[in-house]
Design a protein around this ligand. Structure first.
Ligand SMILES: Nc1ncnc2c1ncn2[C@@H]1O[C@H](COP(=O)(O)OP(=O)(O)O)[C@@H](O)[C@H]1O
Ligand SMILES: [Mg+2]
Length: 229
């Protein structure tokens, strides 16, 4: 039997659901609605690597990195040591956005210069919006995923998606984790579900998720409230 090297997700309880964590060197998809906790998840995953002495990279197409860093302070994550690659449209001139080849070029260059063990790409949704046509978006995301795979980085691609929708990225990634949200008595509740995971057995149940002062935590022994089903 082939055994794979595992990489901790950094999220308490999720490694249990994954029977040990992500498989090293593969790209995964984190899917969820706005404000569900995708960016926090990404940062938590990188912080875990940083604490283990790894080189880690955050590719942002969404928030400017000073805001990103500020948002992580309440969790006690001094993200100053996390390398950030800014590919956001705001950091580019309008005419440079007509051709997105720069994304691949800059990512490839970064990964050639530094051996990043973990990479977070936030988000594929922005890539798709910038490309316009579905087919171009798909091709671009596939190509970015290939670069991450070739660099042997364990990577998380973040994707904004409303509940019930299966984004096309799901078909490309080796695994998909979804963050679910619902409202109960005026309170926002979160849960996590592994939708797909190649090469490992995993827990298919919807488990409750919480954002605590130490970051995201999953309770792998609890079943999420039925409002999620
Ligand atoms: N320090 C914190 N403690 C608890 N919850 C927080 C904290 N910071 C942010 N959140 C929650 O996380 C949400 C934002 O998470 P984020 O990862 O940025 O979402 P996404 O990237 O999925 O849009 C906020 O709407 C808020 O509910
Ligand atoms: Mg985000």
């Amino acid at each position: 039997m082939i055994t794979h090297d595992r990489v901790s997700t950094g999220v308490g309880g999720l490694d249990t659901m994954l029977k040990g964590g992500f498989i090293q060197g593969r790209p995964y998809l984190i899917v969820g609605g706005p404000g569900s906790g995708k960016t926090i998840f990404g940062m938590q995953f990188l912080w875990d690597g940083l604490m283990k002495g790894e080189n880690v990279l955050y590719v942002t197409l969404e928030e400017p990195f000073d805001e990103l860093r500020q948002n992580m302070v309440p969790f006690g994550w001094d993200t100053g040591k996390i390398r950030i690659l800014d590919l956001s449209p705001e950091s580019r001139r309008e005419e440079d956005l007509k051709n997105l080849d720069f994304m691949e070029e800059e990512l490839r260059l970064e990964l050639r210069n530094e051996q990043h063990k973990r990479v977070v790409f936030d988000s594929t949704t922005t890539v798709r919006l910038l490309e316009g046509h579905d087919i171009d978006g798909r091709r671009r995301i596939l190509s970015l995923m290939r670069i991450l795979k070739e660099a042997e980085a364990t990577s998380l691609l973040i994707c904004e998606s409303i509940q019930g929708e299966i984004p096309m990225e799901s078909f490309l990634a080796r695994g998909v984790i979804r963050i679910l949200t619902t409202n109960k008595s005026g309170e926002k509740l979160r849960a996590m579900q592994i939708e797909k995971m190649r090469g490992t057995d995993f827990d298919e149940h919807i488990r409750p998720m919480q954002i605590t002062p130490k970051g995201i935590r999953i309770d792998p022994d609890e079943i999420a409230v039925d409002a999620f089903w």
